[in-house]
Design a protein around this ligand. Structure first.
Ligand code: BYC
Length: 312
C-alpha cells in the first residue's frame, strides 16, 4: 500500500477518535513527538524521586516515613511504565537513559528546585502532584494506546500522592505558628515553579499545535494552568495561607482567577540545565545508573539462561 493510503487510514482514525496501537502505521513526526514526550515524562518520574528521597530518612514519624517511601517507590514504577510505553515506539531504553544522563533530554523543570524543609514534601505532594494530575488526567485519553493505558494506573497513584501532600500541609497549617510559617514558606517557594510545570504560554509552545491536532494533548498549557489555579485557591484559603502573588484575584466576569505569569526567563534557564539543582540531579542519576550495573547484568544473564533452557 502507498504511504498516502496509510496516512488516510491514520487520519480517519484520528477523526473518529480511535486509539493508535504500536503496530499501526503512524507518521514519523507523530512517533517522534510521542517518544520525546513519553521519555521526558519517564525521566521526570525518576528524577522526581530525588528531591523527595532526600527526606525519607528525616520524615518526622514512622507513619510519614512509610507513606513517603511508598510514594517515592510509586514514582519509580511510573518511570518503568512510561519507558516501556516509549519502547513500543521502537526506541531503546539505553538510548533514552543515555540522553537523560548526558543532559540531552529534558525532564520536568520542577525537580531542579531544592527541598529545604519537611513542609516542602507537603508542598510537592499537594502542588506538584496536584499539577501533575491536572495535566495527566487528559493523558488517559491520549491517542496512543500504551501511553493512555499507562496513564490510567499512574493517575490513580497520583491522587494518593496529592492527598499525602495535602495532609502534611493541613498538619502544619493548623499546627504551631512555627509550623504554619514553614507551610507558608514552602508555598511561597513552590508556587511559581509549579505554574511552570504546565509549560510555556500557548503562544510560545512550539509542540502544542501538533499535540492537539493528534490528540496527544487534549488541552493547552494555559488552559490547564488556569484550571489548576482555580482549583488550588480553595485549598489555599482553607489552609489559611496566601500565594505570593499580589495580582491574584477572582474575576467575576470570567469566573476564574486572574494571576501573574511565572518568570519565563527563569523557566528557560532551568530547562537549559542551569537551575539550582540540575547538576546535582544529573550527577545523582548517573551515579545510580552506574551502581545498578550489576543488577542489569544479573537480570540479562537470568533472561538469557531461561531463553537457552527453552531453546535446548
Ligand atoms: N519542564 O511546546 P511545549 C511528574 C519543554 S510530573 C521541562 O509546550 P509540550 C511527577 C518542552 O519539552 C512532570 N521542560 O512542549 C510528579 C519543549 O522542549 P522540547 C512530568 C518543559 O511537550 C510528582 C519546550 O519546553 N509530566 O512526573 O507540548 C512526583 C516547549 O514546550 C516544561 C509530564 O511530562 C517543563 N515544565 O508541553 C514525581 C506530562 N514545559 O521537548 C513525578 C507529559 C515545557 O521541544 N508531558 N518544556 O525540547 C506534557 O504534558 C508536555 O510535554 C508538557 C510540555 C506540558 C510538559
Amino acid at each position: 500500500m502507498e504511504n498516502k493510503n496509510f496516512e488516510d487510514i491514520f487520519e480517519a482514525k484520528m477523526a473518529k477518535n480511535e486509539i493508535i496501537e504500536p503496530k499501526d502505521w503512524m507518521p514519523d513526526n507523530y512517533r517522534k513527538h510521542l517518544i520525546r514526550q513519553i521519555s521526558q515524562h519517564a525521566h521526570s518520574e525518576i528524577v522526581g524521586m530525588l528531591p523527595e528521597g532526600n527526606w525519607i530518612t528525616r520524615a518526622p514519624s514512622l507513619r510519614s516515613k512509610l507513606v513517603l517511601l511508598a510514594k517515592v517507590q510509586d514514582e519509580g514504577g511510573h518511570g518503568l511504565y512510561l519507558y516501556t510505553a516509549a519502547e513500543t515506539l521502537g526506541t531503546d531504553r539505553d538510548e533514552l537513559l543515555n540522553a537523560l544522563h548526558t543532559g540531552k533530554a529534558k525532564y520536568s523543570s520542577i525537580f531542579n528546585y531544592p527541598t529545604l524543609t519537611w513542609a516542602d514534601i507537603g508542598a510537592i505532594g499537594w502542588l506538584v502532584d496536584g499539577a501533575a494530575i491536572m495535566n495527566q488526567v487528559m493523558l488517559q485519553r491520549t491517542s496512543y494506546g500504551p501511553y493512555a493505558r499507562a496513564m490510567v494506573r499512574i493517575c490513580k497513584e497520583e491522587s494518593f500522592h496529592q492527598r499525602q501532600g495535602y495532609e502534611i500541609m493541613c498538619h502544619l497549617s493548623f499546627g504551631t505558628s512555627e509550623q504554619k510559617e514553614m507551610a507558608q514558606d514552602a508555598l511561597n517557594r513552590w508556587w511559581y515553579p509549579t505554574l511552570m510545570m504546565f509549560g510555556p504560554p500557548d503562544a510560545e509552545s512550539p509542540n502544542s499545535e501538533n499535540a492537539i491536532k493528534w490528540r496527544i494533548k487534549r488541552e493547552s498549557n494555559d488552559q490547564l494552568r488556569q484550571r489548576f489555579v482555580n482549583q488550588t485557591m480553595e485549598q489555599v484559603d482553607y489552609l489559611g495561607l496566601t500565594v505570593p502573588d499580589k495580582n491574584l484575584k477572582y474575576n467575576e466576569t470570567k469566573k476564574a482567577y486572574d494571576f501573574s505569569e511565572p518568570n519565563w526567563a527563569e523557566f528557560k534557564n532551568v530547562i537549559s540545565g542551569n537551575g539550582p539543582c540540575n547538576k546535582e540531579r544529573l550527577a545523582a542519576r548517573n551515579e545510580a545508573h552506574k551502581k545498578g550495573e550489576w543488577v542489569r547484568a544479573a537480570a540479562a544473564a537470568y533472561a538469557k539462561k531461561n531463553k537457552d533452557a527453552v531453546a535446548a
